[in-house]
Ligand binder design. Sequence first.
Ligand SMILES: [Zn+2]
Length: 341
Amino acid sequence: MSGESGDWLFSLSGVLTSIRLSQPPKRLFDLVQGREFMGINWESFGYNNSHMPELPEVETVRRGLQKLIVNKTVESVEFDWPKSFPNAQTDVDAFLIGANIIGVRRRAKVLMIDLSTKYSLVIHLKMTGQLVYRGRQSFAAGHPSDSMINKLPDKSTRVVFGLSDDDVLYFNDQRKFGWVKLLPTSEISNMPFMQKVGPEPLLADFTADVFIARVRRRGGSAIKAVILDQSVLAGVGNIYADESLWGALIHPATKVVDIDDDQLALLRDEIVFVMDLSIKKGGSTDKNYVDAEGKRGSYLKFARVFRREGQACPRCQTIIQKIKVAGRGTHFCPTCQKVVV
Ligand SMILES: [Zn+2]
């Protein structure tokens, strides 16, 4: 079932793209690690081993699975590491085995596979989690590693779901921080994480007013730290913070009190723009992929400052700098994004 012909769709990261290959490469991970692969220098996009799945990446997983597993029946489950699948066998037997998959949802970086039994599989990929589907098509998304193309199960495989039509869904997780929990669907919203997490930036109710009110609660903090705070809004990781602050012409270390409402409204628009673009570039399984000839996708334009230190700002040609803000490597243009003094 693995390592053979067919379409191989890889979503390599929230900022990147999917790749469609007629044959899988031998070692995906080596190829992308600091090298040119299919005509692209992946590292220049901040793509490396430490890349954690971000919201657009998780949304990519959701969209991929929604197309592939809905209406399938869960026929079996196996796991090798109890913390990856911390569920009572009686629940598994009663609410998972034999259940029909009715939908795949996402909240922040948490995925939910809803079942006909009114239970859901709640999945957090954490640092190194990935989901790989093997059936008539292959689909892999999440943390990039060779397991996306390996014969599975492999050393990183924690949970294996056998689905109807002999399809298989693998939850792979090298470092074992991720998990798959079987919970009553109605209880998900009571999970502490779900209670705390801020609004979804891609939903219509994430208006400028909502954003400004939430951000202003932390007036004395650096704006970058505030937008990275998942209780302020969901899913802004380091890449999207740097890209959106560059778009809004705000220095990442600026205190919220020193930013006026118009600028914050612009920042909200930029956050929506970069995340939306990222999903479009990274999330589509039927377009925008890099083809086997190495044709570059338009996503190359996407990263404008992130991991581009030493290169020219695409807006003003000043050299992009890298500093630390909120404990995170931060990329900005010293001309476009002036510190407020
Ligand atoms: Zn600039």
